[in-house]
Design a protein around this ligand. Sequence first.
Ligand SMILES: *Cc1c(COP(=O)(O)O)cnc(C)c1O
Length: 381
Amino acid sequence: MRFATKAVHSQKNHNDSIGAIMPPIYQTSTYRQTIGDSPATYDYGRAGNPTRTALEKNLAELEGANHGVAYASGMSATDAILRVLRPGDHVIASGHMYGGNYRYFKFILEPLGIDVSLIDFSRIETIEKTLSPKTRVIWAESPTNPLCKVVDLELIAQCAHSVGATFVVDNTFASPYLQKPLTLGADIILHSTTKYLGGHSDLIGGFVCTDDDEWAEHLRFQVKCVGAIPGPMDCYLVLRGAKTLHVRMERHCANAHTIARYLEGHSNVSQVIYPGLESDAGHAIAKKQMSDFGGMMAIVLNTSTAQQTRSIVNELKIFNFAESLGGVESLIGHPATMSHGALTAEERIQLGISDNLVRLSVGIEDVDDLIEDLDQALSNI
Ligand SMILES: *Cc1c(COP(=O)(O)O)cnc(C)c1O
């Protein structure tokens, strides 16, 4: 089965005696057990739920993975993976990543005595130089949040495997429709399902998948012990969202492309960062490892202060000024004061997250309305 058919038909409710097409939302915390039976598939809601199982199977299938585990949020998925690390272990990640993960590496992992190297992934030599026999995990995101930097996942996978480290890819920005990290050498894939997989800005969720049986066992044990599980209703919402992922992504990509071209020629925009533009630093690698370039872009405005940037953004009528991304509606964010507000000013400058940088999550509206909206707001600079 091809992607679009799998997205729609996987985890069809074949076993239902009344013929319901959709999987039921099993809103239950516990399950009746029968003495003498073989061990029950489900005993308690923290350990398992059939709606959650349906979601895990569906998303694993979309990534082409053998195992999948769903979480209460993308951050609890991050936490689940990194909990295998012990004091003295070494982890390498790109400084360019989702601000919440950056905060996790700095303020949760490091104080536990784990050696964290946050480095620049644009040159593979830098990663090679940072490798040590203690490196257990290499963590990459591509395209990155918020600067849409693209890194060569195949090369980084080789690097990780040369020292026996696990290669984790945060595939949230691309979604499984545009990029399949397992086929590029990743060992583990992470998603914030809050974003494209859910797709409607109505839930918080996370997901991890892998082909590695040992990792899968760790993840299942971890989620049962710690309990950062999504509720049945949220699982259902992600399942419902994932059915239209391919259709939504196609419109996200087409709209983003048209908007990037429009902004490239705008006199009040000094830079457009979108991997779909031929001039973009990540274009060649994105073309190699993604089937299209996604709906996210970063732009640098000709504004002089964070306050002026925020006030221009505030002029938009269709784009909502809000955190998050990947929903059907267009959103705009100001990373310096929002997603990356936890970083110091120095760290932000070093990463290129300037006060006049804004991030667009291009929705699936009529692109002409989106361009007219940007046009009227940018005319105020
Ligand atoms: C949002 C996001 C996360 C965190 O997910 P939550 O669902 O907000 O906990 C992780 N990685 C990326 C790339 C994200 O955009």
